[in-house]
Design a protein around this ligand. Sequence first.
Ligand code: ADP
Ligand code: MG
Length: 359
Amino acid sequence: MASTVRIEGISKAYTKDVPVLLPLDVEVKKGELFFLLGPSGCGKSTLLRIIAGLVTPDEGKIFFDGEDVTFLPPEKRRAAMVFQNYALWPHMTVFENVAFGPKSAGLPASKVKEKVKEALALVRMSDFAARRPPSLSGGQQQRVALARAIAVEPRVLLLDEPLSNLDAKLRDEMRLEIKRVCKEHSLTAIYVTHDRREALGMGDRIALLEGGKIRQLDTPVNLYKRPCTRFAASFLGGVNFLRGRVKGKENGLAVIETDVGTLHSANPLPVTEISSPGEKSHTVLIRPEHITVAESGDALNSFKAKYESGTFLGERSEMLFRTENGRTVEVNEDSSELREKGREYLLSVLPANVVVLED
Ligand code: ADP
Ligand code: MG
């Protein structure tokens, strides 16, 4: 049922000379929960709408399972869309909302009933079949919208910021629900969001978009741990950027002179960088939660810094330190213990958590 989706050289400009999507290629696997992540206005919804057939691309082709659907109207593509605002029919019952798709497809009444029952059970809304959407909570309405999309047995499920209208706690719950439904039903799903936590927590793979281009396509862990650009690093979470020069290799680790002292990195570097040590400058990335604070010690990759300020945020504390040469360093610790202002500490980071980027 579920299809692969291939996007080949798709580009779009709504107005001449203002490109929204630059030619892009990507292949989504069968059964994959694939994310389009990026800041507002980067072209995510445009790409999703092109896949759905709601927007016509300027160039390029879309294939479902190798079948060219570029010029098929939306209803012939069997791609179901779930929107941020649910888009349910308020005057119809939950049952009728979900039945609409299978009915329009010409299924006999008994089969329609079966499909609706199945879809409502999957989103745990069986008890609400006779209710109308306005009498349901936001989370329940979103479940019905999901059931309606699934009931047509789509070749691809398209979700555009489906959780944006829900409060934080419900959003966490619905994230797990959507992921469960997609996996239990082996759906191919393409999910648009600007929320990195959604993409990291749910996605099999993430395409990070900026300015109508895919900047990195990777698994959540890789995108977070080994971002390829400064943009990717900061879009996915907090990060300290240091200046550095790679000096060479030692015990399999890259040795880098940085503005907080010598650091070792376990992340692979291009060979050319090592063969001309010290000539090119690099950006060194360290996530705030990868820095450990100690009173003293002789850990590898450690440097001295004075505690400046901090905020206790419940599950973690965000702190600011300053090195001898005046660099500020952000540190997150899962501790309620704020440090002593003006006192010197020893900060350290594991080589595996030092990432070097080409400038
Ligand atoms: P995102 O979903 O990533 O926020 P969109 O794909 O909605 O981005 O929009 C990308 C750009 O295209 C934005 O600058 C937006 O203003 C513009 N845009 C979107 N839809 C239209 C449209 N129908 N007509 C003209 N410009 C549009
Ligand atoms: Mg959008």
